[in-house]
Design a protein around this ligand. Structure first.
Ligand code: ADP
Ligand code: MG
Length: 344
């Protein structure tokens, strides 16, 4: 319940913020539903039809049925069950998303690692049975985390986790892919402008009917009730994706906050002074992978990596409410919450 409430508020942020666009542009079509473990909402501002929404939500359900690591009948669950055994035939979309995940694993030197599954399962953060694992459990489980032991055979269309006990977890990137897919479907069905919000993973497609820019809020990581610290103002297709300590967590008996992005070196939640990393870009699959990767890398290495990537801007927030921008982010993002200060 706690989790759902948080997801709701994140979704509402974008929807309510962009609501004015809807009023200006005339009739809009909205739909929300549960998929990929979160509230997904789509608002069409121009073009398209209910049919476009049907197709978009069907795609979300299909992606979940392929990629979820938290359900028993998915293709990812099959791949995990076969770890250390035989290659598993996988659909093209899963090969694509796994390939993207391995790319960000490589780019981040393993700070992002889609084989984090066994450690995620130890903690179960945000799920039934969330708990602090013993240090022994973590020590025994960590060697299973190794993206280099994932073998994709593109020609044969198969995937193998090379060692028994390994588990793929695409939770850090699948929602971004899903947002891209929804965008693609809507455009192919004649949608001219839409806002896609998959639990705070926001993508806008097309141009607003009234000609104004899109305005997308950047989540305040200290306030999960849907408040934002500032706004990204963008034209055309864009995505804003945040990874942070606020999305899924529990508070331990000692008051420590255990959040859901794990340090692949220690097996404990990332503890590097950051509370969130936001990516402003055009491809949501890349932004989702990167927001997690940059958060895990930390401010210095994360910023350095962002600077090497074209059309990728980053907004980092640390625990002292200082906000750090990549070199091109200032042109898109304006800080508005006076509690936060821009670092130079
Ligand atoms: P959200 O799901 O809130 O949008 P992220 O995109 O940052 O957040 O993904 C977090 C999820 O990714 C976790 O719930 C877990 O399933 C998985 N994960 C946790 N740590 C890592 C990591 N270091 N690398 C890759 N995936 C991770
Ligand atoms: Mg992510």
């Amino acid at each position: 319940m706690r989790i759902l409430r948080r997801y709701f508020s994140t979704a509402l942020l974008a929807v309510s913020m962009l609501g004015s666009a809807c009023a200006a542009g005339g009739g809009s079509t909205d739909r929300s539903g549960l998929a990929l473990g979160t509230i997904c909402s789509i608002r069409i501002l121009a073009g398209g039809s209910e049919k476009a929404l049907d197709e978009a939500f069907a795609r979300l359900t299909a992606i979940e049925a392929t990629m979820s690591a938290n359900q028993s009948n998915t293709v990812v669950a099959q791949v995990n069950a076969e770890a250390g055994g035989q290659p598993v035939a996988i659909p093209e979309d899963l090969a694509y998303v796994t390939g993207k995940a391995l790319w960000y694993a490589q780019l981040s030197g393993g700070a992002f690692d889609p084989t984090i599954g066994p450690v995620v399962k130890l903690w179960n953060i945000g799920m039934d049975g969330e708990r602090i694992p013993s240090s022994d459990e973590i020590r025994e489980t960590l060697p299973l985390v190794d993206y280099r032991a994932v073998a994709i055979d593109a020609k044969a269309g198969t995937l193998l986790l090379e060692h028994p006990g390994m588990q793929l977890d695409l939770g850090a990137i699948a929602k971004g892919y899903a947002a891209d897919e929804v965008g693609r479907i809507l455009v192919s069905r004649g949608v001219k402008a839409a806002v896609i919000d998959l639990g705070g993973n926001v993508k806008v497609v097309g141009r607003k009917p009234d000609g104004s820019s899109w305005r997308i809020g950047v989540q305040n990581p200290f306030d999960a009730r849907g408040s934002y610290i500032g706004i990204a103002t963008v034209e055309g297709d864009y995505t804003v994706v945040t990874s942070g300590v606020y999305e899924r967590f529990f508070i331990g008996e000692d008051g420590t906050r255990y959040h859901h992005i794990l340090d692949t070196r220690t097996g404990y939640p990332v503890d590097n002074g950051l509370v969130s990393a936001t990516i402003i870009s055009s491809s949501s699959v890349d932004a989702d992978g990167l927001s997690t990767a940059l958060f895990a890398l930390g401010l210095r290495d994360g910023l350095a990596l962002a600077e090497t990537l074209d059309h990728v801007e980053a907004v980092f927030i640390d625990k002292d409410k200082r906000v750090y921008l990549s070199s091109g982010a200032g042109a898109l993002f304006k800080l508005s919450d006076p509690d936060f200060s821009l670092a130079d």
